[in-house]
Design a protein around this ligand. Structure first.
Ligand SMILES: Nc1ncnc2c1ncn2[C@@H]1O[C@H](COP(=O)(O)OP(=O)(O)OP(=O)(O)O)[C@@H](O)[C@H]1O
Ligand SMILES: [Mg+2]
Length: 354
């Protein structure tokens, strides 16, 4: 069995020469066998964080423990970690088999053991018939499988993935995503996976860690992050189409607390002052008595639903509606909000309820 390990980050920080603060005070406990996905926009520090865990980047401040051992000063080759990158980084002059064998030889794994591990992993990944080919004679998806295989045969304590699927076409990406998940279920190795694709994060992760500007914004099970985003940034980043935001104010009067804007007036509890309401497109419904009136600009039929894009006061809204003919530009639609799906954010963007 491969080794397994927990990964503990405490107040981890990275400042590059030149002063960029790429990672700032990141604290995260990854359990043995967990599959954690780091997600966030380009430049938010995902790769920097991952590379510090791998030992490819020096830690500026804070600590990393793997399997209970402080590894800040442990060189990469002694961390028992395997990393898979976006560009497969296979050796072009070696066959798939040699590529997979290389790391095992370095670690002095006996020949028979090398053979059997490679055969087994190649079988799992469906690349058995490619073992004698060189990377130049393989498709992108096949090369990425070999790169995965090379990491898996090592049987490391931890897998680190940095956008390993982003060079593949959409169909292959979805397929490989499912295979990675199955593989993890079977092997159970602690995994940290970086992507900027929120859908990939949601479908792959036991837990999703949303980052922005080097900081962890929220960490939780995919449906928690979707259902209870900690702030407006997370709310807007997770979910597609993006959550609708309507800016307005909370006002008290007649013994009630109301959210008031040019688009929407509705009961909402919160401190008096500026506030933003968030509604996901899939939570808007056709409702003749609803509180919103959408002036339609565009309809995008999806087959099982229609994304209707339009304006409501000063806000631009998207509604994902089911069982309707696509509305025409200029149509006015009365929309309601499904019960208990509204999010409320204060002036700083912090969630103050839903
Ligand atoms: N070697 C480096 N030297 C200086 N600055 C760097 C270096 N590597 C990354 N940075 C900076 O650190 C910040 C975080 O970069 P990082 O590569 O970790 O982001 P990322 O989240 O992986 O982005 P992407 O999704 O584009 O891969 C960026 O501002 C980037 O320009
Ligand atoms: Mg990156």
């Amino acid at each position: 069995m491969p080794g397994m390990a927990s990964v503990e980050l405490h107040n981890l920080g990275k400042t590059y020469p030149g002063g960029t603060r790429a990672v700032d005070s990141c604290t995260l406990s990854i359990e043995d066998g967990e599959f954690v996905v780091l997600v966030g926009p380009s430049g938010c520090g995902k790769s920097s964080l991952l590379r510090m865990i791998a030992g490819l980047e020096e830690v500026t401040d804070g600590t990393i423990d793997i399997d209970g051992t402080r590894v800040n000063r442990v060189p990469p080759k002694h961390r028992d970690i395997a990393m898979v990158f976006q560009n497969y980084a296979l050796y072009p002059h070696m066959t798939a088999r040699r590529n997979m064998e290389f790391g095992l030889k370095l670690r002095k794994v006996p020949r028979a053991e090398r053979r059997s591990r490679i055969e087994r992993v190649a079988e799992q990944l469906g690349i058995a018939e490619l073992l004698d080919r060189r990377p130049g004679a393989m498709s992108g998806g096949q090369q990425q499988r070999v790169a995965l295989g090379r990491a898996i045969v090592r049987e490391p304590k931890v897998f680190l993935f940095d956008e390993p699927l982003s060079n593949l076409d959409a169909k292959l990406r979805t397929q490989m995503r499912a295979e990675l998940k199955t593989l993890h279920r079977r092997v159970g190795t602690t995994s940290v996976y970086v992507t900027h694709d929120q859908e990939e994060a949601m479908t792959l992760g036991d837990r999703v860690v949303v980052m922005r500007d080097g900081r962890i914004q929220q960490c939780g099970a995919p449906m928690d992050v979707y259902g209870r985003p900690a702030n407006r940034f997370v709310a807007g980043f997770i979910g597609a189409p993006t959550m609708n935001f309507i800016d307005g104010r909370i006002e008290f009067g007649d013994g009630r607390s109301r959210f008031v804007s040019d688009a929407l007036e509705i009961d909402a509890e919160g401190p008096e002052g500026s506030a933003t309401i968030g509604i996901r497109p899939e939570h808007l419904i056709l409702d003749p008595d609803g509180p919103l009136e959408l002036m339609v600009d565009v309809s995008e039929p999806l087959g099982d639903a229609v994304d209707v894009i339009g304006t409501c006061g000063a806000s631009r809204l998207v509604a994902r509606l089911r069982r309707i003919e696509p509305p025409r530009p200029g149509d006015r639609l009365r929309l309601g909000i499904e019960p208990d799906t509204m999010h409320l954010f204060d002036a700083d963007g912090t969630s103050i309820g839903s």
